[in-house]
Design a protein. Structure first.
Length: 197
């Protein structure tokens, strides 16, 4: 059965779980962006799916772009990055293991965010995702350099390590579809940190 479009009135919209108005708008936007794409999902359709008015969309978010940025900041695989890194001073192995688990859990629970990111159809949205990924990479690289710089890890090496690590985590979960990628990721972490910790 075909999924109705954002403005299709012939089907009742899928019920959005209860929550605050802001939460319902984020839930609706996440679903519609993933299903129909960022451009096709209008603020009116988002409001209808959330059971509220278009005015309430702009009460909570100044623009549709800001709504997407909030989804990335709060629900994407790296949303907990800074908090996780801050909990592991002096323990890069522990930080990378916990981050891998957090990313895997987010993918399992909120796969819509990755669909939105992977199917960005316009240059502005793709640029937003590139900025977001670059910011996450830089935070992880800064953490690794802070933790391992005294052991010889250079800035450029820390950035390459961060990129390799995040790529391995996503590859393990999305493409290899391993039910429990933890052993694979643990081996990857050991290889990456070998000689620096």
């Amino acid at each position: 059965m075909d999924t109705p479009g954002p403005s299709d009135k012939s089907h009742k919209p899928r019920r959005i779980p209860r929550g605050t108005g802001r939460q319902r708008l984020l839930d609706a936007a996440e679903e519609l962006f993933a299903t129909h794409g960022f451009t096709a999902a209008t603020t009116r359709a988002i409001a209808e799916r959330a059971g509220t008015s278009t005015g309430m969309v702009f009460y909570h978010f100044p623009s549709k772009e800001a709504l997407l940025e909030t989804l990335l900041a709060e629900r994407s695989p790296q949303a907990d990055l800074q908090g996780i890194l801050g909990q592991h001073p002096g323990d890069p192995h522990g930080a990378l293991r916990e981050l891998a688990q957090s990313i895997q859990d987010t993918i399992d629970q909120r796969g819509e965010i990755l669909r939105i990111m992977l199917h960005a159809e316009d240059p502005d949205t793709r640029a937003m995702f590139r900025r977001y990924v670059d910011n996450a990479l830089q935070k992880l690289a800064d953490y690794l350099h802070t933790e391992l710089g005294d052991n010889g890890l250079q800035h450029g090496q820390a950035r390459a390590m961060a990129q390799t690590y995040l790529s391995a985590v996503l590859l393990s979960r999305l493409l290899l579809e391993q039910p429990d990628p933890s052993p694979h990721i643990t081996d990857t972490i050991d290889v990456l940190l070998h000689g620096y910790s």
